[in-house]
Design a protein around this ligand. Structure first.
Ligand code: 5RP
Length: 228
């Protein structure tokens, strides 16, 4: 039998930690700036915090359709990245992070646009709860966005490396592509793996953020926020 009471209390704890890290990110946001905004439930907490400070930012560059909807609901204007010449800060969550601020992202399937906005930003502030802080990346299955016609080909190429690539059935990214979730990796050299997997024909984006890690990691804990 599932103990729903403890599951619910864990969810509540994790939500409170996400909210702490999200609120701590506000101090990195310059008034009247254009802000890059990521995707996910932690970012959802951050957008709630932004909504409570109307007029703080001028506009946002969004990393997904879901985030765009939340930002519009909060009364925040969205700009196309092509129309923005300076993006001082990008705020986003992650699925796993190391103390060297390398990340696995893409649990929400927005990894490609997230990587683009992170690349465009001067500073990437990553907000997580402490359950996501790891010694070695890879317990969380690594999301890889692929061109749909190459899905099985890419899965076979990954499986020759001793990992298991599972198609996220029924999910289509904002870019019209598919996601493979790669299980069984213990990622000793995130930068090398990001490059190696990124070279497989048909791969659009690998959910490793090692070449462009976070600049600051804000980790929500039971009592506050640790900045790394
Ligand atoms: C979406 C992401 C998210 O940042 C990641 O999945 C974390 O999400 P959450 O804050 O809901 O735990 O990479 O593609």
């Amino acid at each position: 039998m599932i103990d729903t009471r403890s599951a619910n209390s864990n969810d509540t704890d994790s939500h409170a930690k996400k909210r702490r890290s999200a609120e701590a990110a506000l101090r990195f946001v310059a008034a009247d700036s254009v802000l890059g905004v990521g995707t996910g439930s932690t970012v959802g907490c951050f957008i709630e915090a932004l909504a409570a400070r109307p007029g703080l930012i001028r506009a946002a560059v969004s990393s997904s359709e879901a985030t765009s909807r939340q930002l519009r609901a909060a009364g925040i204007e969205i700009l196309d990245l092509n129309d923005v010449t300076a993006l001082p800060v990008y705020i986003d969550g992650a699925d796993e992070a190391t103390r060297t601020r390398q990340l696995i992202k893409g649990g929400g399937g927005a990894l490609t646009r997230e990587k683009i906005v992170a690349a465009a930003a001067d500073r990437f502030i990553c907000i997580i709860d402490d359950g996501k802080l790891v010694e070695t990346l890879g317990a969380f299955p690594l999301p890889i966005e692929v061109i749909p016609m190459a899905r099985a080909l890419v899965a076979r190429m990954i499986e020759t490396r001793g990992a298991r690539a599972v198609w996220r059935r029924g999910f289509v990214t904002d870019n019209g592509n598919h996601i493979l979730d790669v299980h069984g990796l213990s990622i000793r050299d995130p930068l090398a793996l990001e490059r190696e997997l990124g070279e497989i024909t048909g791969v659009v984006t690998v959910g490793l953020f090692a070449a462009r890690p976070a600049d600051v990691l804000l980790v929500g804990t039971a009592t506050g926020t640790e900045a790394i």
